[in-house]
Write a protein that binds this ligand. Sequence first.
Ligand SMILES: *Cc1c(COP(=O)(O)O)cnc(C)c1O
Length: 391
Amino acid sequence: MFPELAQELADLETQALRRRLQVVEEVLPGGKVRVKSQVLLNLSSNDYLGLAQDPRLIAGAQAAAARWGVGAGASRLVVGHLGLHEEVETELAAFKGVEAAVIFSTGYMANVGVIAALMGPGDLIFSDRLNHASIMDGIKLSGASLQRFPHRDLNRLEKLLQQAPAGKRRLLITDSVFSVDGDLAPLRELVELKERYGLWLMIDEAHATGVLGPGGAGLAQELGLTDRVDIHMGTFSKALGSLGGYVAGARRLIDYLHNRARSFIYSTALPPPVLGAIRAALEVVREEPERRSKLLEESAKFRLGLQDAGFDTLGSETQIVPVLVGKNESTLQFAGALRERGLMAVGLRPPTVPPGKARVRFSLSAAHGSEDLDAALKTIVETGRAMGLAR
Ligand SMILES: *Cc1c(COP(=O)(O)O)cnc(C)c1O
């Protein structure tokens, strides 16, 4: 069956682009996992605050299941909007410092839903070249015309804005922390452009929620720009340790999404245990700012160590620290060598990154012990040196 698929898979194999699932046999404390009987320091997780195994989140999920059950029973607009959804969305809006918020089942669904709800054929969407795949899919689904600008290139963006035909609905979208480079959007400048050219600005805070900002709300909060961003999107699936996506902003925006976002309307409401975990995570983020400060301090130390050894960490400024390798094969080789020495770091290849920019990406977590990170750094430098990637 499927002979044509066999050929495509074989082609992927020859380009070192074939992907395979691997089983995590056990999740261990300290940000470690067991895979094929080997214990590895997990430097590939998005569980940045180490909350996925936190007893308070587990208790929150259990309590919510005991009170409300394990399923919402229907989509939100039918009869799946439980008191728990209402409460968590109210708390979330306060956490984000905006009027209102709506929760989707995943961040992917939030992006697809909000973009396709707001934009349509004939409209224009200005999108950073490195924006997340779910943003790209939302743009495709919307039917709007895509105006893609090179990564963080404000001059090119402004040229596109100047050339854009008047009288169309226009939306500018950016990740706030970019998932493959670990760098930050030039948010201040983007806000200025948005105001000068009179378009909407949407930011995806998937990697910043729980990590940046005095209250952990993200980059907009960190820079004091919350009120000047129209659409705040983010997830509970990364630093907040469980699952779900959100859109936050003006009450009117959220009311509109209830009516027009198809991934919200035609999908079952998020189940109570997840909401219980989200709620507990929001509380931890509020009450334990030291988790995010520790994470960012350890990340800076780790990044500097790599840079001192001569690695190119691209523009990383966050807990996401890539090491540029270039070729797909060498990237896999590097990741494989690290794995043999007890480090789990996944190689990123095209189409996730541009051709020739394959890399190994390290994601740090507050769950990692300082000594484990120091040892990991040493291993990475030694391995990189042996491969001619470091001094
Ligand atoms: C992970 C991610 C998403 C998707 O979120 P999920 O909750 O995993 O579906 C969206 N945007 C960005 C930038 C992400 O990194």
